[in-house]
Design a protein around this ligand. Sequence first.
Ligand SMILES: [Mn+2]
Length: 476
Amino acid sequence: MIAFCRIFTLHGHLEATLWLRPPIIKEDRKQVQKLDTTRERTVLVVGHRNPDNDSIMSAVAYADLKAQVDPDHDYRAVRLGPLPAESAWLLERYRISPPPVIAHVYGRVEDAMTAEPVAVDEHATILEAGLLMRARGIRALVVTTGPDKAYRGLFSNRMLGDLFISNLDAHESREDLLGQEVKDHLDDSALMLKPDVLLHDAKEDILNSKLRQAVVLDDDGSCVGIITRTDIARTPHRRVILVDHNEQSQAVSGIEEAVVMEVVDHHRIGDIQTASPIQFLAMPLGSTATIVALEFRRHGVEPRKAVAACLLSAVLTDTVLLKSPTATEQDAKVVEWLAGLVGVEWHDFGMEVFASRDAAEPPTPERILDGDAKEYEFGDKRALVVQFETVSLDSVIGLADDLQQAMVERAEQHGYDFIVALLTDVIKEGSQFFACGDVRTVERAFGFDLSGGSVWVPGMLSRKKQVVPTLTEHVS
Ligand SMILES: [Mn+2]
């Protein structure tokens, strides 16, 4: 008795509630826990917006590694935009399903609801319904109709109590009541929601609803869950691992509501914040895929062939076949290792990857300008710097006149002071350099003569390291 009192005092109201709650039968408690953790177990592995091959493949491969080293979570690669042509080609070749697109990581109704609520058919008797609620230790049942178990309404212990009280006067009518079917006494006024409705949109509706809860119906009208005030109060957060970026502006919508579990990246350190300490893997290597490959080795896990191929393709696209100034010794070693696992000669493999890009989307001026284009401000000048990588410049160079024309139009439409476009030939290791707008400024910055429209620059492969710094330094 003393022990009981102490517990009661320490835990106050909460403990009292627990003591008074009807017993939950064992199997059910297990099931409830399993369902709760299923939601919390999911960790999304996601690259940046407007994904490139490195973002896609790093997510695919890192989710694969994590699944092997941490069976307690359910790691899923996802993406924030269309698959790059070479990613689509490679994933299909190695029979890996492309990561699904997600629009955001805001909490949804299905993340907070209690899934698979206990249900009875509308022809069940009130006695049966009451016994079921007692056995399961729950306060309400979902009432369904027909073999498809379409949602009909709710039947709660409170409704049962009201019915009982209004029939207290006569013994016969109490007996009669227990034999009646729930369909004549259910409440079909509950708020109905779809599983993918955002929690912050649903919140007010639920709090203002008569029953202070909502039933969650799928497209077929089946009840897949119930969501209550309490569920909302402990809004679960989506869990994410960021690969190939660590800046909010490049991250999935709703990142501020999510829990960032890890970061794997090779860019500058950005502005992602976390509440707890996390593993933050940032290395100045040629690709995120290189870091992911090193993680496989650190864990002593050998990637299966298809995953090794994904990683290899990403190191090779991000480092332009190891020729980019961003490529390091480490990238080269990882490439050799991965090529051995895939059983290919890495350069041939890389050529195929780049060729698949051109084959899937024959380049047009619009495609070049809409592709890998980044806006910059150099001094008081607004500029666009575009890069298009190809394994066969000869086939693209025929577009030169059309490209010039399209660049001029683009600059006028968007008010750029100038546009620089690099058609980079990854085999010849150089770029055909185009400029429009304030061409004099560009010529002075690089010391080029662009009177012929464009110029071939041997060794120019990196916008990040060879073009942007020069413009930053010389244009003011
Ligand atoms: Mn990258």
